[in-house]
Design a protein around this ligand. Structure first.
Ligand SMILES: C[S@@+](CC[C@H](N)C(=O)[O-])C[C@H]1O[C@@H](n2cnc3c(N)ncnc32)[C@H](O)[C@@H]1O
Length: 387
């Protein structure tokens, strides 16, 4: 065993078969300071100058931390045999670190091949399993020193928010009812190898595009399912308080609507108040409108087509972008052809007022004349339909 700094290894080039790194995570723990008592006891001291850390008392900011991490990864790259692996653990209490670590590893020459894994520090408590607050998690990344020495280029995402929405949607369709942390894990895992991770607001995305039931998230338009471990209906005379009240209410309302198909709203409310008697900490009307179809005072389950339409996340996303643009909140200028596509989209989705508004801002010189004529025709139809 040798006591060395990771930035300066005492090995020849291309000689090491495997490396396992558990580096410091930015400013997470001040190791050398905390270890001073034990180190004095052992008379072995951390080489503070070489310590990779973000620590203002040592004059090391995030930039210096990044540079030192890059030096360490370049060094391990140098000594590894081509085609061999570095496994690195990284904790993400601070999400902005991902972009840094992704950048550094690729800059040093490593390629990750998508084999990412998440682990948790210890066995999980019930709260960790179900809470929607962020927990400190650990990411295990396998980096390969490519044989040809070619650097991996990770492209900038065209629209990181949209990428996150897509990954979340696929994940929730496959695994309905996941917590925020589990979704976050999946997003990082999927994006890490494919695009440059930029800042995104997962909570905002979830709020705008997905459905929350208790602490669990679902894709829009999917019926809620009872999972193993969810509470079943209890004894008739003394029902226990369900562990997930909101989910239980939705499940029972779904069952009720499956049996009676179309029921007046008042009857559904009556059923909830008199038969279910489960207190939920949200508005009953909101819960019904989020989960069922209300048509002329009657409530029913969404049809398969309606479910599919609700699940079409691209439609929700385009509607949102459109609304942002028309409110002057979009932070980029759409091209002429894009506005034309939006006009067509508005027509298809009966957003006649918006279609007309969009035509109003379409610059004739930004698109070919036949495309302009087509947009004009659609806008005319929107004008008629709007009335
Ligand atoms: C996340 S901890 C690793 C903990 C270890 N896996 C364990 O279970 O005890 C990061 C470690 O990297 C060490 N470290 C910091 N700079 C270093 C450097 N330049 N070379 C080698 N190790 C360094 C820190 O002292 C700290 O012990």
């Amino acid at each position: 065993m040798q006591k060395l700094s990771a930035t300066n290894l005492n090995f020849e080039n291309n000689t090491i078969d495997y490396a396992f790194y558990d580096p410091p995570y930015g400013a997470n723990i001040n190791y050398s300071e905390l270890n001073i008592v034990w180190e004095a006891w052992l008379n072995e001291f951390t080489m503070v100058k070489d310590e990779i850390i973000e620590n203002k008392y040592q004059g090391k900011n995030r930039n210096i931390y990044g540079q030192m991490m890059l030096a360490a990864l370049r060094e391990v790259y140098r000594v590894l045999k081509p085609g061999r692996w570095l496994t690195m653990i990284y904790s993400y209490s601070d999400p902005s670190m991902y972009r840094i670590i992704q950048n550094i590893a690729h800059e040093a020459g490593f390629a990750d091949e998508g084999g990412l894994l998440h682990i948790n520090s210890a066995s999980k408590t019930f709260a960790q399993e179900t809470s929607d607050k962020s927990q400190q998690r650990f990411l295990v990344i396998n980096f390969k020193k490519p044989k040809g020495g070619r650097k991996k280029v990770v492209e900038k995402s065209e629209d990181i928010e949209y990428d996150v929405i897509q990954v979340t949607h696929e994940f929730l369709k496959k695994y309905p009812g996941r917590t925020r942390d589990q979704i976050y894990d999946e997003v990082i895992k999927r994006l890490f190898s494919s695009v440059q991770i930029e800042k995104f607001d997962l909570d905002e995305i979830l709020k705008n595009f997905f459905r929350k039931v208790g602490n669990e998230w679902f894709a829009p338009g999917t019926l809620i399912e009872r999972r193993k471990g969810d509470q079943k209906q209890g004894a008739l005379w003394e029902e226990p308080i369900p562990e997930h009240p909101e989910k239980e209410v939705i499940l029972r309302l779904q069952d009720f609507l499956r049996e009676y198909r179309i029921v007046p709203y008042s009857e559904l409310r009556e059923f909830y108040l008199r038969k279910l008697k489960i207190a939920i900490d949200r508005d009953f009307d909101d819960l019904v409108s989020e989960n069922f179809i209300i048509d002329k005072g009657k409530v029913r389950l969404p049809t398969v087509e309606e479910q599919l339409r609700m699940q079409d996340i691209t439609v929700h996303y385009t509607k949102r972008i459109l609304a942002q643009f028309l409110d002057g909140r979009l932070n980029r200028a759409p091209t002429g052809p894009e506005i034309c596509e939006w006009i067509h989209f508005c027509y298809q989705h009966e957003l006649y007022r918006e279609g007309l508004q969009l035509f109003g801002v379409l610059d004739e010189s930004s698109i070919p004349s036949d495309a302009y004529k087509r947009a004009k025709k659609i806008a005319e139809v929107c004008r008629i339909k709007k009335k």
